[in-house]
Design a protein around this ligand. Sequence first.
Ligand code: IMP
Length: 437
Amino acid sequence: MIIVIIGAQWGDEGKGKVVDLLADRFDIVARYQGGHNAGHSVYVGDRAFVLRLLPSGIIHPDKTCVLGNGMVIDPKAFFEEVDQIKAQGVEVTPDRLKVSSRAHLIMPYHQALDHTSEERLGNEKIGTTLRGIGPAYEDKVGRRGIRVSDALSPELLRLRIERNLEEANRIIVLFGQQPLRADDIYNETAPLVERLRPFVTETSHFLAQARKANKRILLEGAQATLLDVDHGTYPYVTSSNPTAGGASVGAGIPPHHISGVLGIVRTYATRVGEGPFPTEMLDDEEPIAYLIRERGNEYGSVTRRPRRCGWFDAVATRYAAELNGFDSIALTKLDVLDELEEIKVCTGYKIGDAYVDTFPAVANDLRSIQPVYETLEGWGESTVGITNVEDLPAKARNYVRFLSDSIGVEIGLISTGPERGQTIILKDSVMENWFRG
Ligand code: IMP
């Protein structure tokens, strides 16, 4: 069985917890796009793990984790994370962590270029994580990137660094920064690549063999649907394809071998960085945004940037469900809304006088959207830690049902707190079947 797990909104939907829960029932957890721009927080008892590059399955000692060919990997960040997780008592060996030989490396000049590109854009900047993700993917598509397998040859690594740096330095200098030195980059990167060598694997072959041996594989998307370079709010997107189709390409798995797609949806929406956000709470709703931000800890787990908060957007989530083909949805952070008297849900958009119920392609259209809301009554009591759907207040159940109906997909899991146990799994759902193993 191969299941893909994807955020339906702009990221930070709480994938970390759901992957961690599901990982128990799977043998392998693989990532297929992005790099250390992601940030998943996973809480186990009183221990908190923040994962950027490594799949959330790494915390389970008996799982194998894969960094797929579609990823961009900063070797320094990789080992910082490996060392951090080891210091927290998790064993990380090449036996249980495989890095694709076809993944691309993020080099120091990619980070410098991420800075200059944002600077150049000024008010129009994307608000990237400045980790060098976009420039590394630009080099990949421009057919000058450095793949892990290239880097394993010291001569090729040096040659590629020298050639690519010549071009990168032109831009870096144009922006008044000091040029980077090829020797410095090589001397920093070569030992890291040597340390990476035992982890390097033909991961698509490894995954194909695992599938044939009836292993259960979880493909973990990073970022989310509305940050997808093709389907998101372009140009305010990341440079990869988190959507379900991207999982096939980025892990090297035939599409028809994927058995199901799980969407992660939060009971409200957030976004970090710039870009359109139709249901954002502004001005007079800022006190509600504040409450949500504090209760939901809506601060970037890597950058600690406060997240922009907004109401649930059924138009955007339906779009995500359609694009990814969600079979089931995990609804996270229900408890964060416990104190609200009223909860708004955006069920359609108005652009000028026209009513639209589809997600427009043009960022400017999204900016001029007037969301059409339905208002539901809040439940005004704690749902923290509830594990049985019957124990939820009737109005909370009503809210969940309303969301499920407006997306048109079952909600199979409801999260009522950050810990593993604070979870409801709905009987007779597709999700329950995945959990049953
Ligand atoms: P980049 O991926 O660093 O190029 O950033 C592009 C956009 O994606 C920015 O708006 C980032 O804030 C956003 N982004 C990247 N990674 C994540 C994530 O893991 N969660 C939420 N937003 C993200």
